[in-house]
Design a protein around this ligand. Structure first.
Ligand code: PAF
Length: 282
Protein backbone atom coordinates (compact mmCIF):
# COMPACT_ATOMS: atom_id res chain seq x y z
CA UNK A 1 0.00 0.00 0.00
CA UNK A 2 1.35 3.42 -0.95
CA UNK A 3 0.84 6.44 1.28
CA UNK A 4 0.46 9.73 -0.58
CA UNK A 5 0.75 13.10 1.12
CA UNK A 6 0.44 15.50 -1.82
CA UNK A 7 -2.50 16.31 -4.10
CA UNK A 8 -0.31 16.13 -7.24
CA UNK A 9 0.80 12.54 -6.46
CA UNK A 10 -2.79 11.57 -5.66
CA UNK A 11 -4.09 12.93 -8.97
CA UNK A 12 -1.30 11.30 -10.97
CA UNK A 13 -1.80 7.86 -9.36
CA UNK A 14 -5.59 7.90 -9.68
CA UNK A 15 -5.39 9.29 -13.24
CA UNK A 16 -3.36 6.20 -14.21
CA UNK A 17 -5.96 3.89 -12.60
CA UNK A 18 -8.81 5.69 -14.34
CA UNK A 19 -7.06 5.43 -17.74
CA UNK A 20 -6.79 1.67 -17.16
CA UNK A 21 -10.60 1.69 -16.70
CA UNK A 22 -10.37 0.67 -13.04
CA UNK A 23 -13.25 1.24 -10.63
CA UNK A 24 -12.22 3.33 -7.62
CA UNK A 25 -13.71 3.04 -4.12
CA UNK A 26 -13.06 5.61 -1.40
CA UNK A 27 -13.08 5.18 2.40
CA UNK A 28 -12.74 8.57 4.12
CA UNK A 29 -11.61 8.40 7.77
CA UNK A 30 -9.99 10.42 10.51
CA UNK A 31 -7.69 7.50 11.41
CA UNK A 32 -7.32 5.62 14.71
CA UNK A 33 -8.86 2.76 12.80
CA UNK A 34 -10.92 -0.01 14.41
CA UNK A 35 -12.90 -2.94 13.02
CA UNK A 36 -15.74 -0.60 12.00
CA UNK A 37 -13.37 1.16 9.58
CA UNK A 38 -12.06 -2.17 8.34
CA UNK A 39 -15.65 -3.19 7.50
CA UNK A 40 -15.75 -0.07 5.27
CA UNK A 41 -12.55 -1.18 3.55
CA UNK A 42 -14.00 -4.69 3.07
CA UNK A 43 -17.18 -3.24 1.54
CA UNK A 44 -15.05 -1.08 -0.77
CA UNK A 45 -12.80 -4.05 -1.69
CA UNK A 46 -15.84 -6.11 -2.78
CA UNK A 47 -17.01 -3.37 -5.13
CA UNK A 48 -13.93 -1.90 -6.82
CA UNK A 49 -10.52 -2.51 -8.41
CA UNK A 50 -8.75 0.21 -6.46
CA UNK A 51 -9.47 0.98 -2.79
CA UNK A 52 -8.23 4.30 -1.46
CA UNK A 53 -8.59 5.33 2.19
CA UNK A 54 -8.01 8.84 3.48
CA UNK A 55 -6.85 9.82 6.95
CA UNK A 56 -7.34 13.45 7.87
CA UNK A 57 -8.32 14.78 11.29
CA UNK A 58 -10.47 17.59 9.91
CA UNK A 59 -10.25 20.71 12.12
CA UNK A 60 -13.23 22.25 10.33
CA UNK A 61 -15.65 19.74 11.90
CA UNK A 62 -14.51 20.21 15.52
CA UNK A 63 -16.16 22.94 17.58
CA UNK A 64 -14.48 25.11 20.22
CA UNK A 65 -13.79 22.98 23.31
CA UNK A 66 -14.11 19.69 21.40
CA UNK A 67 -11.37 17.03 21.21
CA UNK A 68 -9.39 18.17 18.11
CA UNK A 69 -6.03 18.25 19.94
CA UNK A 70 -6.69 15.04 21.88
CA UNK A 71 -8.06 13.10 18.90
CA UNK A 72 -5.81 10.01 18.61
CA UNK A 73 -3.29 10.12 15.74
CA UNK A 74 -2.00 6.59 15.09
CA UNK A 75 -0.73 6.70 11.49
CA UNK A 76 1.71 3.77 11.62
CA UNK A 77 -0.79 1.35 13.17
CA UNK A 78 -3.46 2.59 10.75
CA UNK A 79 -1.19 1.99 7.75
CA UNK A 80 -0.55 -1.60 8.89
CA UNK A 81 -4.27 -2.27 9.43
CA UNK A 82 -5.25 -0.78 6.07
CA UNK A 83 -2.60 -2.78 4.24
CA UNK A 84 -3.71 -6.03 5.94
CA UNK A 85 -7.33 -5.24 4.98
CA UNK A 86 -6.39 -4.98 1.30
CA UNK A 87 -6.35 -1.22 0.85
CA UNK A 88 -4.25 -0.10 -2.17
CA UNK A 89 -3.65 3.57 -1.44
CA UNK A 90 -3.73 5.90 1.54
CA UNK A 91 -4.04 9.67 1.15
CA UNK A 92 -2.96 11.36 4.39
CA UNK A 93 -2.57 15.09 3.72
CA UNK A 94 -1.71 17.68 6.35
CA UNK A 95 -3.98 20.58 7.18
CA UNK A 96 -2.18 23.16 5.05
CA UNK A 97 -2.43 20.88 2.01
CA UNK A 98 -6.25 20.83 2.20
CA UNK A 99 -6.77 24.31 3.66
CA UNK A 100 -3.84 26.41 2.34
CA UNK A 101 -5.60 29.73 3.06
CA UNK A 102 -6.54 28.72 6.61
CA UNK A 103 -9.86 27.63 8.06
CA UNK A 104 -11.57 31.04 8.20
CA UNK A 105 -11.00 31.74 4.50
CA UNK A 106 -12.01 28.25 3.39
CA UNK A 107 -14.93 27.91 0.93
CA UNK A 108 -17.55 25.72 2.59
CA UNK A 109 -20.35 23.39 1.60
CA UNK A 110 -23.50 23.77 3.71
CA UNK A 111 -26.25 21.14 3.46
CA UNK A 112 -29.41 22.72 4.92
CA UNK A 113 -32.23 20.92 6.77
CA UNK A 114 -30.64 17.49 7.22
CA UNK A 115 -27.62 19.06 8.98
CA UNK A 116 -29.95 20.71 11.52
CA UNK A 117 -31.21 19.13 14.78
CA UNK A 118 -29.80 16.00 16.45
CA UNK A 119 -25.97 16.26 16.40
CA UNK A 120 -26.25 19.47 14.34
CA UNK A 121 -28.01 21.16 17.28
CA UNK A 122 -25.36 20.30 19.88
CA UNK A 123 -22.38 20.61 17.52
CA UNK A 124 -23.03 23.84 15.55
CA UNK A 125 -21.06 23.92 12.27
CA UNK A 126 -19.99 20.27 12.60
CA UNK A 127 -21.79 19.05 9.49
CA UNK A 128 -20.63 22.07 7.45
CA UNK A 129 -17.09 20.92 8.27
CA UNK A 130 -17.92 17.32 7.34
CA UNK A 131 -19.64 18.19 4.03
CA UNK A 132 -16.84 20.61 3.10
CA UNK A 133 -14.04 18.10 3.62
CA UNK A 134 -15.96 15.17 2.12
CA UNK A 135 -16.94 17.27 -0.92
CA UNK A 136 -13.29 18.31 -1.30
CA UNK A 137 -12.06 14.71 -1.02
CA UNK A 138 -14.71 13.60 -3.54
CA UNK A 139 -13.38 16.25 -5.93
CA UNK A 140 -9.76 15.18 -5.40
CA UNK A 141 -10.33 11.41 -5.65
CA UNK A 142 -13.34 11.34 -8.03
CA UNK A 143 -14.25 7.82 -6.88
CA UNK A 144 -16.97 5.66 -8.40
CA UNK A 145 -18.25 4.87 -4.91
CA UNK A 146 -17.58 5.84 -1.31
CA UNK A 147 -18.28 3.87 1.89
CA UNK A 148 -19.49 5.40 5.18
CA UNK A 149 -20.55 3.80 8.45
CA UNK A 150 -24.21 3.80 9.47
CA UNK A 151 -23.23 4.61 13.07
CA UNK A 152 -22.97 8.24 11.95
CA UNK A 153 -26.55 8.08 10.64
CA UNK A 154 -27.03 11.84 10.28
CA UNK A 155 -23.60 12.26 8.66
CA UNK A 156 -24.54 9.61 6.08
CA UNK A 157 -27.82 11.43 5.39
CA UNK A 158 -25.96 14.75 4.99
CA UNK A 159 -23.49 13.18 2.54
CA UNK A 160 -26.26 11.51 0.52
CA UNK A 161 -28.07 14.86 0.27
CA UNK A 162 -24.88 16.70 -0.74
CA UNK A 163 -24.18 14.11 -3.44
CA UNK A 164 -27.73 14.46 -4.77
CA UNK A 165 -27.78 18.27 -4.61
CA UNK A 166 -24.33 18.78 -6.17
CA UNK A 167 -24.77 15.97 -8.71
CA UNK A 168 -21.62 14.12 -7.73
CA UNK A 169 -21.56 10.93 -9.89
CA UNK A 170 -20.66 8.84 -6.83
CA UNK A 171 -22.52 5.88 -5.34
CA UNK A 172 -22.74 6.17 -1.54
CA UNK A 173 -22.60 2.83 0.28
CA UNK A 174 -23.82 2.73 3.90
CA UNK A 175 -22.10 -0.01 5.92
CA UNK A 176 -23.82 -1.52 9.01
CA UNK A 177 -22.57 -0.64 12.49
CA UNK A 178 -19.88 -2.94 13.91
CA UNK A 179 -20.43 -3.62 17.62
CA UNK A 180 -18.36 -5.03 20.46
CA UNK A 181 -19.69 -8.29 21.91
CA UNK A 182 -21.57 -6.37 24.59
CA UNK A 183 -23.32 -4.22 21.95
CA UNK A 184 -21.30 -1.00 22.18
CA UNK A 185 -20.91 0.51 18.70
CA UNK A 186 -17.21 0.72 17.80
CA UNK A 187 -15.89 4.28 17.78
CA UNK A 188 -12.49 5.92 18.04
CA UNK A 189 -13.91 7.88 21.00
CA UNK A 190 -14.52 4.65 23.02
CA UNK A 191 -10.79 4.84 23.81
CA UNK A 192 -11.49 7.89 26.02
CA UNK A 193 -13.71 5.84 28.40
CA UNK A 194 -12.42 4.80 31.83
CA UNK A 195 -12.94 1.09 32.70
CA UNK A 196 -16.00 2.07 34.79
CA UNK A 197 -17.48 4.13 31.95
CA UNK A 198 -16.70 1.36 29.43
CA UNK A 199 -18.77 -1.01 31.60
CA UNK A 200 -21.75 1.40 31.50
CA UNK A 201 -21.43 2.33 27.79
CA UNK A 202 -23.32 -0.72 26.34
CA UNK A 203 -26.47 0.53 28.18
CA UNK A 204 -26.89 3.01 25.33
CA UNK A 205 -27.45 0.22 22.79
CA UNK A 206 -29.44 -1.85 25.32
CA UNK A 207 -31.79 1.12 25.87
CA UNK A 208 -32.31 1.54 22.11
CA UNK A 209 -33.09 -2.20 21.84
CA UNK A 210 -35.66 -1.95 24.67
CA UNK A 211 -37.27 1.07 23.00
CA UNK A 212 -37.39 -0.68 19.64
CA UNK A 213 -39.17 -3.65 21.20
CA UNK A 214 -41.77 -1.36 22.79
CA UNK A 215 -42.31 0.67 19.62
CA UNK A 216 -42.63 -2.41 17.43
CA UNK A 217 -45.22 -3.73 19.90
CA UNK A 218 -47.24 -0.54 19.36
CA UNK A 219 -46.44 1.50 22.53
CA UNK A 220 -46.73 5.30 22.30
CA UNK A 221 -43.34 6.85 21.35
CA UNK A 222 -43.42 9.88 23.65
CA UNK A 223 -43.85 7.91 26.91
CA UNK A 224 -41.28 5.32 25.84
CA UNK A 225 -38.70 7.95 24.89
CA UNK A 226 -39.18 9.63 28.26
CA UNK A 227 -38.59 6.28 30.01
CA UNK A 228 -35.52 5.69 27.84
CA UNK A 229 -34.05 9.07 28.84
CA UNK A 230 -34.63 8.27 32.51
CA UNK A 231 -33.00 4.85 32.10
CA UNK A 232 -29.94 6.45 30.52
CA UNK A 233 -29.69 9.03 33.31
CA UNK A 234 -30.01 6.30 35.95
CA UNK A 235 -27.18 4.37 34.27
CA UNK A 236 -24.92 7.45 34.57
CA UNK A 237 -25.32 9.07 31.12
CA UNK A 238 -26.10 12.69 30.43
CA UNK A 239 -28.41 12.31 27.41
CA UNK A 240 -28.02 14.88 24.66
CA UNK A 241 -30.92 13.58 22.54
CA UNK A 242 -33.02 10.46 22.22
CA UNK A 243 -35.35 10.74 19.24
CA UNK A 244 -37.54 8.73 16.94
CA UNK A 245 -37.42 9.95 13.34
CA UNK A 246 -38.55 8.70 9.95
CA UNK A 247 -35.72 6.79 8.25
CA UNK A 248 -34.97 9.88 6.07
CA UNK A 249 -34.65 11.92 9.32
CA UNK A 250 -37.94 13.73 8.70
CA UNK A 251 -40.40 13.82 11.64
CA UNK A 252 -41.91 10.47 12.64
CA UNK A 253 -45.70 10.68 12.15
CA UNK A 254 -48.55 8.16 12.47
CA UNK A 255 -47.98 7.39 8.77
CA UNK A 256 -44.26 6.56 9.28
CA UNK A 257 -43.31 2.90 8.90
CA UNK A 258 -39.53 2.85 8.30
CA UNK A 259 -38.04 4.71 11.24
CA UNK A 260 -34.85 5.19 13.21
CA UNK A 261 -34.12 5.69 16.89
CA UNK A 262 -31.15 7.99 17.42
CA UNK A 263 -29.28 8.76 20.61
CA UNK A 264 -26.33 10.84 21.75
CA UNK A 265 -25.26 10.81 25.39
CA UNK A 266 -22.24 11.78 27.43
CA UNK A 267 -20.37 9.58 29.85
CA UNK A 268 -18.14 12.04 31.64
CA UNK A 269 -16.58 14.10 28.84
CA UNK A 270 -17.02 11.40 26.16
CA UNK A 271 -19.95 11.81 23.81
CA UNK A 272 -21.28 8.55 22.38
CA UNK A 273 -23.81 8.19 19.54
CA UNK A 274 -25.79 5.21 18.36
CA UNK A 275 -28.91 4.37 16.34
CA UNK A 276 -31.24 1.53 15.51
CA UNK A 277 -33.58 1.27 12.53
CA UNK A 278 -37.04 -0.26 12.97
CA UNK A 279 -40.39 -0.79 11.30
CA UNK A 280 -43.34 0.77 13.12
CA UNK A 281 -46.60 -1.22 13.20
CA UNK A 282 -49.67 -0.07 11.19
O1 PAF B 1 -16.73 9.89 9.93
C1 PAF B 1 -15.59 10.42 9.92
O2 PAF B 1 -14.59 9.81 10.29
C2 PAF B 1 -15.45 11.84 9.43
O3 PAF B 1 -16.53 12.62 9.79
C3 PAF B 1 -15.19 11.93 7.89
C4 PAF B 1 -16.38 11.39 7.11
C5 PAF B 1 -13.94 11.14 7.53
C6 PAF B 1 -14.99 13.40 7.49
O4 PAF B 1 -13.90 13.96 8.15
Amino acid sequence: MRTLREISALRETLGDARRRGERIALVPTMGNLHDGHLALVAAARERADVVIATIFVNPLQFGAGEDLEAYPRTLEEDQARLEAAGCDLLFAPDTTTLYPRGLEAQTRIVVPEVSEGLCGASRPGHFDGVSTVVGMIFNLVQPDLACFGEKDYQQLAVIRRMVADLHFPIEIVGVPIVRAEDGLALSSRNGYLSPEQRAIAPRLYATLCELREGLEAGSAPSALLEQGRTRLEEAGFEPDYLELRAADLGPATTATREAVLLAAARLGTTRLIDNLTLTLPR
